[in-house]
Design a binder for this molecule. Structure first.
Ligand code: G3P
Ligand code: CA
Length: 269
């Protein structure tokens, strides 16, 4: 168990329990819920016919048996693909069996929201907008409309919100803040830049989302973010020594492909 743990750290399943099951599928999110994750991370993209789907890459080539850009495909095209078989191919000559094919078909954000609503416990959602500039506000508009249908677009306060929106794009976070000021936003960072060096974040973001490399290389930066009044949610934290470092620095959330192992290291599994 990690020795330095003194506060509650939220454990967020990155793309679901994506080490054990194919990322961004129902199989991966159901496993994360079963493992006891506090929150689920997902990336969202718009299909050619305007549906928000949970897919990380611009193209479906890596994670499905199809080809092409998500933005050029309709939901029906994506629904015909298998998003599960690729996972595990590296380790075995046999195709892995993920059970019911609906568990590894394309996952819409709507279906993921239903899964969370039906889970019977509070599970938070950290939704990342991917390439929002290409769609001139449509990603955020459709996202907030969908969240509104689940009663999640206008929490009384940010602290009460069970959903947050993350992005590397300040413009995307601006759009969310303008239309839904109480939905918390997370500014994702791959590097410390002149813009963020002093601990302040653009677009009124409440939460900082540094990559683990920032934390390893600039551990003092976490204190600066805290002093500036921000929570710190770190991605993607898979190694025990990085979990230990994050706990020691007092981060509020750890985003990981291995929720079960991280919970166990934090003494919660
Ligand atoms: O949780 C933030 C993290 O997911 C950002 O990186 O490439 O995995 O979406 P990526
Ligand atoms: Ca992501």
């Amino acid at each position: 168990m990690t020795q330095a743990r003194q506060h509650h750290i939220q454990v967020v399943a990155h793309r679901g329990a994506s080490e054990d099951a194919p990322e961004h599928t129902l199989a991966a999110y159901m496993k994360a819920i079963e493992d006891g994750a506090d929150a689920l991370e997902c990336d969202v993209r718009l299909t050619a016919d305007g549906h928000l789907v949970c897919v990380h890459d611009r193209r479906v080539n890596r994670t499905s048996n199809g080809r092409g850009a998500v933005s050029a495909l309709e939901l029906a095209d994506l629904a015909a693909l298998d998003f599960g078989t690729w996972k595990g191919r590296e380790d075995s000559a046999e195709s892995p069996d993920w059970g019911d094919p609906s568990l590894t078909s394309v996952l819409t954000l709507e279906r993921l929201l239903e899964l969370v609503a039906d889970s019977g416990r509070r599970i938070e959602l950290a939704i990342e907008t991917k390439h929002p500039t290409r769609w001139a506000g449509q990603v955020e508009e459709r996202l907030l409309r969908l969240l509104g249908r689940f009663g999640l677009a206008a929490p009384a306060t940010a602290a009460e919100s069970s959903v947050r929106v993350m992005s590397f794009s300040a413009r995307s976070l601006h759009r969310i803040a303008a239309a839904a000021p109480t939905v918390p936003t997370v500014y994702l960072m791959q590097f410390v830049t002149p813009r963020t060096r002093d601990g302040r974040l653009p677009a009124g973001a409440r939460i900082a989302g540094p990559g683990i490399r920032i934390v390893r290389n600039h551990p003092g930066y976490i204190a600066r973010l805290h002093q500036a009044g921000h929570q710190v949610h770190v991605w993607t934290v898979n190694e025990p020594e990085d979990v230990e470092l994050c706990a020691r620095l007092g981060v509020e959330a750890i985003i990981t492909n291995r929720p079960r192992q991280v919970l166990s290291q934090l003494g919660r599994g």
